[in-house]
Ligand binder design. Structure first.
Ligand code: WT7
Length: 650
């Protein structure tokens, strides 16, 4: 938890009304409208969500909107539908048939536009290909892709035939990929010969090959040609995407899916070493992402919407692919880095494609601030009308910069709090309805019932008190389980406060009902909006032969939000050195991926432990943050000299 940020939020008393020009056209136009709809959504959730789901197409109607046997929720039971049908076919009978669905820009500057008609054809073709490879409803298909249209095509093709996709972020290492393939039991992997990042080719196929070797269960690897570089192709196992789809029919009947049939698995970090396969299902996820996307981003048919996330994260699933396409929106997709070839790439893209709604992360905004105002100033940015942020808490300074320099004080900002597990946006301001307070996420979305509780689970009703953030009612896109580990689902989310969903975040609510997210209260850290478990990094470190013991904590970082500091005890005869520190950093990158690279390794002869042997992380966090005076109780510390050593042990 970053105390400086929280202090800054509380000191920043300015608030900002939604610009009048925006409000007049907004979907939700006032606080009163929001209040009325919110009340209805809470008092009659079945009526409310039934009405929203009814705007989408169902092959067979549901019998019951909600069956709630805590912690198990079923939404739209008995209903049959298909998400790809709703995201594509539903638009083909309308004028949207020839509307741009995906406007893609590659890092080298190449572009492609797919209309809904074309996207439907591509998805159907690839759905047929997958069926021919033997993929059936319920089978898991892993994707390890760059940000190219085929990533969205492959996701939608899986959804079309009822296969469960598991997208693994292209920045993860071969061994992280292997672990996820094995856990999901995927026999099919979809990847590419590479992708572009800062002018370099990301060698996805190489990592994919290594992962496939390690798992021994993958039968087919489909490879999209993106960079054109030579990659080895294993006969019988590896297939070029363009060869598979050639001449294949562009119509594929969508599989009728039960509302509770799985749609996808997405792995995310928790407080143990092993990532969790968060499972989302069909009807509820579809309904919730459809409704949040249009409401929070105020989507209109003439919008050009750009979410800068990667499809490897939940943001990419819900707000690049599913939510916007379910609404028939035009979605911009960009392959590469924000500062390639120059730090104004994003602003160039905004002007080039006429982006109206931009959704990005605080870490990106802080990097733009550092690069300087001159870069956005080179561009008009006058197509923008709404800005969003997601992934981590935003500091008021970054909020105000975004508002002034990018939005020119014309564009409302939505600071959207949610999680992989929640499937969709849970707390935010609504852009035409709510006054904005920099640093506060805002108010609950329709149907969402947050609560702040103390350690015993008692609701804290007075304003401005910190506590744990829980959700007291089920919502359509909540995770249904942890893949292959139903106990972990119950233990992780529903056991702290029975009957309530535990978010893992701390929060406080002000007198007007605005939520301020304080940050994680568990062993999850947030680096540039990417979630990592401290235990994951620790187990990567101890897998190195020179490491006896490791403890990982986060320290506040001005750009990334948080950075990793690892305290390491080397094995007996190993001398700590700068070279070893570098080697260990590279080792973590190899085991997990570049996002997990420790910013700092500190060697110590021993780690501070309580007399019962528990590592004192609170103490390590203080040391990592450079605090001279260690506060709090250290009376249980076994060996006090350790603290002095660690402070020095750079
Ligand atoms: C964690 C979830 C949801 C998409 C990306 C991250 C933090 C997320 C905000 C926000 C403060 C935020 C929370 C949350 N977080 N959005 N607007 N303000 N914190 O998804 O990887 O599942 O991480 O990200 O700590 O628990 P995720």
């Amino acid at each position: 938890m970053d105390k400086d940020r929280i202090e800054a939020v509380l000191k920043e008393t300015r608030s900002f009304e939604p610009p009048e020009a925006f409000r007049l056209r907004a979907r939700v136009k006032s606080e009163e409208e929001y209040e009325a709809e919110y009340r209805r959504s809470i008092e009659d959730p079945e009526g409310y969500w039934g009405e929203i789901a009814g705007e989408l197409e169902w092959f067979e109607p549901w019998q019951k909107v909600l069956e709630w046997n805590p912690p198990h929720a079923k939404w739209f039971t008995g209903g049959k539908t298909n998400v790809s049908y709703n995201a594509l076919d539903r638009h083909l009978a309308t004028w949207r048939r020839n509307k741009a669905a995906i406007v893609w820009e590659g890092e080298p500057g190449d572009t492609r536009t797919l209309t809904y008609h074309e996207l439907h054809r591509e998805v159907s073709r690839f759905a047929n290909v997958l069926r021919r490879l033997g993929v059936k409803k319920g089978d898991r298909v892993t994707l390890y892709m760059p940000m190219i249209p085929e990533a969205a095509v492959a996701m939608l093709a899986c959804a079309r035939i009822g296969a469960v996709h598991s997208v693994v972020f292209g920045g993860f290492s071969a061994s992280a990929l292997a672990e996820r393939i094995k856990d999901a039991g995927s026999e099919v992997l979809i990847t590419a010969d590479g992708g572009w990042r800062r002018g370099q080719v990301v060698p996805l196929k190489e990592a994919a090959d290594e992962a496939v070797r390690e798992t021994g269960i993958v039968k087919h690897v489909v490879v999209v040609r993106r960079t054109g570089q030579e990659v080895p192709m294993e006969p019988g196992r590896d297939h070029w995407y363009h060869e598979l789809v050639e001449g294949v029919e562009g119509e594929a009947p969508p599989e009728p899916m039960d509302s509770e049939d799985p749609l996808f698995i997405l792995y995310t970090s928790g407080s143990t070493g092993k990532p969790k396969g968060v499972l989302h299902t069909t009807g509820g996820y579809m309904t919730y992402t459809f409704h949040t996307a249009r409401t929070v981003f105020d989507l209109k048919d003439d919008d050009t919407y750009w979410c800068t996330a990667d499809v490897g994260w939940i943001t990419g699933h819900s707000y690049i692919v599913y939510g916007p396409l379910l609404n028939g929106a035009t979605v911009v997709m960009y392959e590469g880095a924000p500062n390639h070839p120059e730090p104004d790439r994003f602003w160039e893209i905004v002007d080039k494609h006429g982006v109206t709604v931009l959704y990005t992360a605080p870490t990106a905004i802080r990097a733009f601030m550092r690069w300087g105002e001159q870069w956005p100033m080179k561009h008009r940015l006058d197509s923008l009308r709404l800005l969003g942020t997601v992934g981590e808490p935003i500091n008021p300074e970054a909020w105000l910069w975004y508002y002034r320099v990018i939005g020119k004080e014309r564009c409302p900002i939505v600071d959207t709090w949610w999680q992989t597990e929640t499937g969709g946006i849970m707390i935010t301001t609504l852009p035409g309805a709510h006054r904005m307070k920099p640093g506060f996420a805002g108010k609950p979305f329709f149907g969402i019932a947050p609560e702040i509780v103390d350690g015993e689970g008692n609701p804290i009703r007075e304003p401005d008190q910190g506590g744990y953030l829980v959700i007291t009612k089920p919502w359509p896109s909540m995770l249904r389980t942890v893949w292959g580990d139903p106990e972990r689902f119950v233990n992780q989310y529903w056991s702290q406060y029975p009957g309530k969903y535990f978010t893992g975040d701390g929060a406080r609510r002000d007198a007007e009902g605005y939520y301020l997210i304080l940050g994680r209260v568990d062993d999850v850290i947030n680096i540039s909006g990417h979630r990592l478990g401290t235990m994951e990094v620790e187990s990567a470190l101890v897998s190195h032969p020179a490491v006896a013991e490791a403890a990982v904590v986060a320290r506040p970082d001005p750009i990334k939000g948080e950075a990793i500091v690892a305290f390491v005890t080397p094995v007996g005869d190993v001398e700590p050195s700068e070279a070893l520190a570098e080697e260990l950093k590279a080792h973590v990158v190899k085991v997990i991926g570049a996002i997990a690279r420790p910013a700092e390794i500190r060697f110590a002869a021993a780690l501070p432990k309580t007399r019962s042997g528990k590592i004192m992380r609170r103490l390590l966090r203080q040391i990592a943050a450079g605090q001279e005076e260690i506060s709090g109780d250290i009376s249980t510390l076994e060996d006090r000299s350790v603290v002095e050593q660690l402070k020095k042990g750079k």
